[in-house]
Ligand binder design. Sequence first.
Ligand code: SF4
Length: 178
Amino acid sequence: MWNFWKKRMQTGLLTEHPELETQQHTIAKTLKDQVKRHFAGSLAIRMVDSGSCNACEAECNALSNPYYALERLGIHFVASPRHADVMLLSGVVTANMWPYVMDCYEQLPAPKWVIALGDCPTNLSVFDKTFAIQGPVGESLPIAHIIPGCPPDPLTIMQGMLDFLSLLETQNIEHSEC
Ligand code: SF4
């Protein structure tokens, strides 16, 4: 599989926008360094879809493909909140999903952070508030960082994660000793 992508990169099919390529390499390198610094090289993320249109998830899924290959930077998506450092929350947070979102948050071991993926969790994006929607959740859930966009593309998500890690840096939070 890797040989397939390597060949495509060598033939230029993935390098039509060299500036994006350079930007991606720079973000990836810094991200890897920051994950090493703050999370001993392994940042675990529990993704929660609280009622999204699925576009945010599709962009997030792209991070696992051989081009972005987020795992090589030490960032892993995990199945249990008990194994996670961060909850990545997408969607408008429907009333039906709200108890599960809170359950997930409570099960994250401290110190824990919530990152809002896309515009939905904090401002509902293209959706209107109805009786079936609990969000926006900014006041009821401590959102540490927002990755804006509708949906944010993979590079924006990587940059958003980097901004979150830089935030930890400014707050002087060291997690790597844990
Ligand atoms: S932010 Fe936009 S793309 Fe993401 S779930 Fe909401 S409507 Fe969909």
